[in-house]
Design a protein around this ligand. Structure first.
Ligand SMILES: [Mg+2]
Length: 226
């Protein structure tokens, strides 16, 4: 792919280890608030939160709920799912989660190795559906910020992947075009389908299916193609 100059990376679950960082945060909150006072198993709580959060993000990605909805609803819904009352849910817990989680340090295995390899050969950018302030903190805390030129979030753009508008916005901001850019991400719909329909080449990172032009199960395998 000798023409490629610009790489657009998704952040959560692609470079930033969302699962691990989120789990650590939730475990901390579970203990700080003594959630369920011994009646709820931490693993059940983590599993419930993951399911609720995933459902809300899927709805957010198709404009069915807002950022506010995610922030306000994910904890009360998790409480209900583990058999507690939503009324027992502490008011500030959603905000506290957002305060703590972006400061967690864990990256997906091979992320730094890959970025070190790519940094002198390409211009690297972030294209994320996350919240602006949150993604900024994650990039700074993990030291990933030094690798990236343009950082576009759905919040700064006003549109989300997989919409055409956010790809327009990102390419223009980076000075890239369809021929010299590629999208790398873990989400088959927002990252891969969205970019493909827009006309970009794609690298899918994940193990459930092969939806990208190139597909890898480990970040480090991307070196083979770039
Ligand atoms: Mg992702």
């Amino acid at each position: 792919m000798h023409k490629i100059k610009h790489l657009f990376f998704d952040l959560d679950h692609t470079l930033w280890d969302f699962e691990k960082n989120s789990e650590e945060t939730l475990t901390q909150l579970f203990s700080d608030y003594s959630i369920g006072n011994g009646t709820v198993d931490i693993d059940d709580f983590l599993k419930a939160y993951k399911k609720v959060n995933h459902e809300l993000w899927d709805l957010y990605n198709v404009n069915k709920v807002t950022k506010e909805d995610i922030r306000l609803k994910r904890f009360p819904r998790t409480y209900v799912m583990v058999g507690l009352s939503a009324l027992e849910c502490p008011e500030g817990i959603g905000d506290e989660y957002l305060e703590i989680c972006p400061h967690k340090p864990h990256l997906i295995e091979g992320a730094i190795d890959l970025l070190e390899y790519l940094k002198d050969k390409y211009q690297l950018h972030i294209l994320s559906n996350g919240f602006e302030k949150t993604q900024e903190i994650k990039l700074r805390t993990t030291g990933l910020d030094k690798y990236f030129d343009v950082v576009v979030t759905s919040e700064s753009c006003g549109h989300k992947k997989p919409s055409k508008e956010i790809f327009d916005f990102a390419l223009e901001k980076a000075g890239a075009n369809l021929e010299n850019a590629i999208m790398i991400g873990d989400n088959p719909i927002t990252d891969i389908k969205g970019a493909k329909e827009y006309g970009l080449k794609t690298i899918f990172f994940g193990n459930e299916k092969e939806v990208g032009d190139f597909n890898v199960q480990q970040l480090i395998e991307i070196k083979k193609y770039l």
